[in-house]
Design a protein around this ligand. Sequence first.
Ligand code: SAM
Ligand code: ZN
Length: 475
Amino acid sequence: MILRDFGCRGNICNWRDLDLNRFESDPGHNHIKTHVNDINPCFFLPDMISLCPTTLSSFQLTSPPQNPSHRPPNLRRLTAVVSESHYETERGFEFQIGDTFFRHESATGRDLGVLAAALYKRSNDKLRVLDAMCGCGIRSLRYLAEVKADFVLANDANEDCNGVIVSNLSTVSSEDEGRWKVNHSVANRVLAERYVERDYFDFIDVDSFGSDSSFFRCAFDAVKLGGLLYVTSTDGFSSGGHRPNHSLAAYGAYIRPLPYSNEIGLRMLIGGAVREASVLGYHVSPLFSYYSYHGPVFRVLLRVNRGKLPHGHVLLVAVCLHYRFISYCDSCGNSQAIPWDELGQMNCPCGSDVPDSLVVSGPLWTGPLHCAAYLTEMLALAGEWGWLGNGTKNDLDKLLRRMIDESDPNLSFGYIKLDEIASRAKVNSPPLVTIMNAIHQEGYSVSRSHISSNAIKTNCPMSECVRIAKQLRHC
Ligand SMILES: C[S@@+](CC[C@H](N)C(=O)[O-])C[C@H]1O[C@@H](n2cnc3c(N)ncnc32)[C@H](O)[C@@H]1O
Ligand SMILES: [Zn+2]
């Protein structure tokens, strides 16, 4: 029997595959052998699961419901439709959304996935996509129609999505043509089945909720070597450092509040993936990392390879290089990446005492968020397709260029908000371009951040930023 865990957040639900037969020999857990909705399995298995990553939750159950088979009266609301309209349009494609989960704000994340998949198809000629949590199937539709994917497996655990997905994909080609198939399993099951069948996919898109990292291993096993895995987190509480035990469970990273928390969300996700991949002997590198405040949504495209890196480093050396703890000094605002063999010697150049002023988080990915060459190709393709320069707030042109700029490997992790520099310098904030030019003239690397509009990324220490800001204000 399958337990469907609707770890709900508003109208979002996350399906987990808990095979209740696993518990049958344990009389202590007999009471869960019922179809249960909206129940976090952690509450039933406190002694078996001490760290349990679940989705972001707008409410917490504090004790198991009295009657687990009782359908909560608000379930309808929690799993209901997002939009009153049953049709949406994206990049010229009209599609149904029915009662599925759909956010038009996620269009940019879909654009980026489509561009990346198209580049893959161009250089490999073939493209098979597994859309593991497809909702209404808009991604599958776009991979088929825009990228001309040879095959798409559109999966969503919720069987109620079937009609909508089939109808949307039928607008591209008929089911009989065999270019697509719709499936309704939990993501891990479909990924594991593909692995067992040695039916590897070129591109796997996992558009998950919350901090569900449970699919990493199955996804790494199901993706082709050299293939692409597009992963997600929507857990803004964890990236903000508000649930360190939770981020530890989900991504193996103890996250505390930091001024650049939205970049931490991306680094937490990449770090978790890097770690899981290394267990299996794969190495992964981020091709791009994208943060969107709607949600929030953290999306990272990873290239998955096996074994040694091109420059001959063994896997673990490479992992250690860009997978570290980071510290932020509340007293002076300086951030540092701490190598593993220096964990016992943490201090800040300003001389402040540990632990009073140092906030330490990790381990996290501390390497570049993107590959500039890859993003440049994406930008060129977007230009070819006429996707650039519409001048809107969500302008893809601006986003991709900003991401290319922040790919400079000399830049440190994190971003510095101008407000923080101004407040530490006790001056009015200088214009962004002015301070960037001044920092650059002093020989440092500097760029804007795609995450925060009034922030810079730089390898210039905070103390120097403060000095430069004061100089600019003639203080
Ligand atoms: C964020 S929505 C997908 C949105 C869709 N990809 C899009 O771009 O519009 C996540 C979907 O995953 C499904 N889902 C949740 N947990 C799942 C699981 N463990 N396995 C498969 N599907 C799951 C939900 O039913 C939901 O439709
Ligand atoms: Zn300091």
